[in-house]
Design a protein around this ligand. Structure first.
Ligand SMILES: *[C@@H]1O[C@H](CO)[C@@H](O)[C@H](O)[C@H]1NC(C)=O
Ligand SMILES: *[C@@H]1O[C@H](CO)[C@@H](O)[C@H](O)[C@H]1NC(C)=O
Length: 384
C-alpha cells in the first residue's frame, strides 16, 4: 500500500512536471520573456498536488491548446489501456480455464455452477468453487492477474515482482488426521508469513532441509510432519528452482488471531501456483502442480501417520496456545450454570412466599438441611 502511494506520488509529480514544462514552453512562446530557470525550480519544490494546480490554472486562462491536447491524449491513453487490460485479462482467464477445469472435473463431482467453472464478475474477479471429493469438503480458488489497466499498479507489480497466480484453498475433512501447521514459501515472503500468519507464528518455526532449494523456507512444528510432507513428492517440486508452486500451507489453525474462544477450527490446504506466460509447456506444468495439490489431499489423510508422541506434542502445543481461550470458555460455562441455579432459586423462593406459615416453616427446615449438606460436600471436595 505504501509503495503504491509512493509510486502514485512519483507519477503525479512527473505529470505535473510535464504539464509545467508544456506551460513554460507556451509562456515562452506567447510572452517571449519568461526566464527558463523560473520553471525549473517550480516543479520539484511544490508538492505534487500544488504543482498540478499551479500548472493547470495558467493553462486554462491562457487557452493553452498544447497542454490540453496532452491531457486529452493521456486520458485517451488511459481508457484505451483499460480496455486493452481487461481484454487481456479475459483472454488469459479463458486460456487457463481449460486446464484448471479439466483437473477440477477429474477430481470433484460438482464444479462451478455445473455449467461454467469460473465465476466471472468482472475481468478482475475470477473465482471457482468445487465440491464432492473424498477427504475434503470443498475447494475454492481465484486467479490473480496483473492490474494491466492501471499504470501505477502495474509499475508496483513490476517493482514487487508480483506474478500472475492461481490461489487455491481446500477445506479438508476434520477427523481424518491430526491437525498440524506446515508451510513452504519463497524466502522473500518468509518474513511476512512468519510474522503475519497467526497459525505459523504461534505454532511453527523455520526448519532447514537440504531436500529443497535454498530459496525455499520451510515452516513446521514437528519433525515427523516435515519429513512426511516432503516425502509426498513435495521435496522434488520444491527442489526445482523454477517450480511453479510458489507457496503451500497445511494448517488446522486460523491465519488470524481469533477474537473469541468460539472460533472455527478448520483444516486447510492452501496453494499458490504461479501462472507463467501460457504455452503448451507451461500449461502442462500448471496442470501437474494442480494435480499434485489434489493428490496431497489424499496423501495427508491416508498416508501421513504420526507417532503417538508427535500427536501428543501437537495437542499440547494447541492446548498451550489456546489456554486463555479455554479458560474463558470454562468461565462462561460456570457463569451460565450459576445463572440458571440462581433463577431456579428465585422461582422457588417466590413459591415459598405464597405458602401458608406452617408449610413455609417445614420448607425452610428442609432447605437448611439441604444447604448444610451442600456446604459439607463442598468442603470435603476441597479437602481432597
Ligand atoms: C485484471 O485482473 C486483475 C486481478 O486479477 C485486476 O486487478 C485488474 O483490475 C484487471 N484488469 C481489468 C482491466 O479489469
Ligand atoms: C484427480 O485427478 C487426477 C487427474 O487429473 C486423477 O489421476 C486422480 O485420480 C483424481 N483423484 C480423485 C480422487 O478423483
Amino acid at each position: 500500500m505504501l509503495r503504491i502511494a509512493k509510486l502514485s506520488l512519483v507519477a503525479l509529480s512527473s505529470i505535473a512536471l510535464l504539464a509545467t514544462k508544456a506551460v513554460a514552453d507556451e509562456l515562452e512562446h506567447v510572452a517571449g520573456e519568461v526566464p527558463p530557470q523560473n520553471t525549473e525550480t517550480k516543479a520539484p519544490t511544490g508538492g505534487p498536488a500544488g504543482a498540478t494546480t499551479a500548472a493547470v490554472a495558467p493553462v486554462l486562462s491562457l487557452g493553452n491548446y498544447k497542454t490540453e491536447a496532452l491531457l486529452i491524449a493521456l486520458a485517451i491513453g488511459l481508457v484505451a489501456n483499460y480496455f486493452h487490460g481487461s481484454r487481456k485479462n479475459l483472454s488469459l482467464s479463458k486460456i487457463w480455464e481449460k486446464p484448471i477445469s479439466e483437473v477440477l472435473h477429474a477430481n470433484f463431482s460438482l464444479v462451478g455452477d455445473g455449467k461454467q467453472v469460473f465465476e466471472r464478475d468482472s475481468a478482475a474477479d475470477m473465482l471457482f468453487y468445487a465440491s464432492g471429493r473424498r477427504h475434503c469438503k470443498f475447494a475454492q480458488g481465484h486467479m490473480v492477474l496483473k492490474a494491466r489497466q492501471d499504470a501505477i499498479a502495474l509499475l508496483n507489480d513490476l517493482a514487487a515482482n508480483n506474478q500472475e497466480r492461481l490461489e487455491i484453498e481446500i477445506t479438508l475433512n476434520d477427523d481424518e488426521f491430526s491437525g498440524f501447521v506446515f508451510a513452504a514459501v519463497p524466502q522473500k515472503r518468509s518474513k511476512a508469513v512468519g510474522r503475519d500468519r497467526y497459525d505459523i507464528s504461534t505454532l511453527a518455526k523455520v526448519v532447514s532441509s537440504d531436500k529443497v532449494a535454498p530459496k525455499v523456507v520451510l515452516f513446521s512444528e514437528n519433525g515427523d510432519v516435515t519429513s512426511q510432507m516432503l516425502e509426498s513428492g513435495l521435496s522434488d517440486i520444491l527442489a526445482d528452482e523454477r517450480s511453479l508452486l510458489e507457496e503451500i500451507y497445511v494448517s488446522d489453525t486460523p491465519t488470524e488471531k481469533p477474537e473469541s474462544h468460539e472460533f472455527k477450527r478448520e483444516k486447510k490446504l492452501t496453494a499458490v501456483i504461479r501462472l507463467p506466460e501460457p504455452t503448451d509447456e507451461s500449461i502442462k506444468k500448471v496442470r501437474e502442480i494442480l494435480e499434485f495439490v489434489f493428490y496431497l489431499v489424499d496423501y495427508i489423510s491416508e498416508t501421513i501417520t504420526l507417532r503417538p508422541e508427535a500427536v501428543r506434542k501437537l495437542t499440547k502445543a494447541r492446548d498451550e496456545a489456546f489456554k486463555e481461550f479455554a479458560r474463558v470458555a470454562e468461565q462462561e460455562k460456570q457463569d451460565a450454570l450459576a445463572k440458571t441455579l440462581a433463577e431456579k432459586r428465585r422461582i422457588e423462593l417466590e413459591e415459598v412466599a405464597k405458602m401458608a406459615p406452617e408449610q413455609r416453616r417445614k420448607w425452610e427446615e428442609k432447605d437448611r438441611k439441604k444447604q448444610l449438606k451442600k456446604e459439607q460436600s463442598k468442603r470435603v471436595r476441597r479437602v481432597r
